[in-house]
Write a protein that binds this ligand. Structure first.
Ligand code: HEM
Length: 516
């Protein structure tokens, strides 16, 4: 009889067999025994994250489009990776996002990259997020924004005046101009931190700043697939990496500036903090009821840096999309309607308080244009998952009436981007058509650019103020001076989700020329 001695099998064979057995067991578990096994979707996506990785990393930000296509195939509820569910029914939006007194957490896997877990936006836990947000909420309330309207309008005036000085100059990319306005160093900086470095005055509005910013965020979005790389990268001091990467260099410079400013406010002492003339977010955090461990320098700096990035790109991109469409050949009808509404409402644009926010927000056509540019521009294209930590959510397919219990702890999202391009809600969704908001005011229910609920954009009143004031000033006063230069609709069509919306790679942007 031939005897078989298992100890003679080479170790690498044993390890390979164990690994294969483990992977098969994992796939079997995920397909048939996982608490999400009843949710439809491609088998490969249920088995492995490599499916998402392929669409997002290899094909560059394509998973969101794949999800859209999968919904057409599998229905309104979809398992898009081993742990996550995506839903395409807006009627379920409030259940996922706009919940009162019900806990919703963010998914740490998605928000960890970049190391901003000390900031409100990077906080996964529901209760800690509430505490952190409560310190900043008064600063960004509608009434606070109104009080600082003169600052916002001052910067907007400065920007539009800079356009006038460009008469006959080379064309420029309007997104750089808007990013200089909304950015860190100008509007958001002035508003939230009390100073700015006047990027609007830079030649061509400092394009590298915007482009580095977008590149940094896009890379950060992909880092969620490489958590170990993200952790390793964060152990290397940024000043060592900065010489090799303009993106890191910019990030590092910004961090130093912010940390220095936060330190100065901290060192000024409690009395100075209470009585400061122009209160900044540092003053508000330091004088809030937050516990002492929430008031350390590193957390303040993280909070500030997230605010700066969140406050810059979404608003500037949305205004860029709006400008393109309003100036595009074929859209003169919409531009004329906007211009005549502004002319009637603001007969003397030089009068003091001619551009009052409360008045602008009442203008129906301006509002329709702002809504339409938010719908097409989106601001962010990333999935914004929510987790109900202790509740089972019940989703019912409206077509088949089938009920899907979603177990506690499951990350769920309803992509704002996909809602805005869903033909069930918006007819001819790719078409810029502000009239749709006038014809059907109920459409605002489907406008979710700022998300909803406890994690809704904290800067939305500031963003609205920026957009209303900029679009109103630009199209009241300069409408016949601005023309598109070598720009087509392709330059604003979103073709990839890189956390921020991305257009085709070779795009030179939305270029404008100021005619004499
Ligand atoms: C039109 C422009 C903007 C759009 C479309 C936008 C969109 C959003 C969205 C969708 C979220 C929710 C993220 C989530 O669900 O997890 C968000 C959160 C946030 N936004 Fe905005 N945003 C805009 C402008 C701003 C501005 C101007 C600021 C501040 C200066 C800002 C600061 C923030 C912060 C700090 C958060 C995190 C809030 C939290 O976690 O509680 N955003 N934004």
């Amino acid at each position: 009889m031939i005897s078989f001695d298992p100890t003679t099998i080479p170790l690498h064979i044993v390890l390979a067999v164990v690994a294969v057995a483990y992977l098969i067991a994992l796939a079997v578990y995920r397909l048939w025994f996982s608490p999400l096994s009843h949710v439809p979707g491609p088998k490969l996506a249920a088995i492995t994250l490599w499916y998402e990785f392929y669409y997002d990393c290899v094909l560059r930000g394509q998973y969101i489009f794949k999800i859209e296509q999968l919904h057409r195939q599998y229905g309104p509820i979809l398992r898009i990776n081993p742990w996550e569910i995506h839903i395409s029914d807006i009627e379920f939006y409030d259940e996922v996002y706009a919940v009162s007194n019900r806990k919703r957490e963010r998914w740490a896997w998605n928000i960890a990259p970049g190391g901003f877990i000390g900031s409100m936006g990077g906080t996964a836990d529901h209760d800690l997020h509430r505490v952190r947000r409560s310190a900043l909420a008064p600063f960004f309330s509608k009434s606070s924004t109104r009080k600082l309207q003169h600052i916002i309008d001052g910067r907007v005036q400065f920007l539009v005046a800079s356009f006038q000085r460009r008469k006959g100059d080379e064309p420029f990319d309007i997104k750089h101009a808007f990013a200089a306005l909304t950015n860190a160093t100008d509007l958001v900086m002035e508003y939230t931190f009390g100073y700015n470095v006047n990027r609007v005055s830079h030649k061509n509005y400092d394009p590298k700043f915007h482009d580095n910013f977008v590149a940094g965020l896009s890379k950060m979005s992909l880092l969620r697939h490489f958590p170990w790389l993200d952790r390793c990268a964060r152990t290397i001091p940024p000043h060592l990496l900065a010489p090799f990467s303009p993106v890191v260099a910019q990030f590092w410079k910004e961090k130093i500036a912010i940390t220095t400013q936060a330190r100065e406010v901290m060192e000024a002492g409690a009395d100075a903090i209470e009585t400061a003339d122009h209160r900044t977010i540092y003053h508000d955090i330091l004088s809030s009821k937050l516990p002492p461990e929430e008031k350390n320098l590193e957390r303040l700096a993280q909070e500030a840096q997230i605010l700066l990035s969140a406050g810059t790109l979404a608003t500037s991109w949305i205004m860029t999309v709006g400008c393109y469409h309003l100036l595009a050949p074929g859209n003169a009808e919409y531009l004329n309607k906007l211009h005549s509404e502004l002319r009637d409402a603001i007969p003397d644009p030089l009068a003091e308080n001619a551009f009052e926010l409360t008045k602008l927000e009442q203008l129906p056509y301006l509002t329709a244009c702002v809504n339409e540019m938010m719908r097409l521009g989106n601001g962010t294209t990333t999935r914004l998952q929510r987790i109900a930590p202790s509740e089972t959510l019940i989703f019912t397919s409206r077509k088949t009436k089938k009920i899907y219990p979603i177990p506690p702890g499951t990350p769920i999202s309803i992509s704002n981007f996909l809602v805005h391009r869903n033909p069930d809600y918006f007819s001819e969704p790719s078409k810029f058509n502000p009239d749709r908001w006038i014809e059907n005011p109920k459409l605002t229910k489907y406008l979710v650019a700022f998300s909803k609920g406890t994690r809704q954009c904290i800067g939305m009143h500031l963003a609205n103020a920026e957009m209303y004031l900029t679009i109103a000033r630009l199209f009241r006063n300069y409408v016949s001076l601005l023309e598109l230069y070598d720009t087509t609709e392709q330059d604003v069509i979103i073709v990839a989700d890189l956390l921020v919306p991305a257009v085709f790679k070779e795009s030179k942007g939305v270029r404008l020329r100021v005619v004499s």
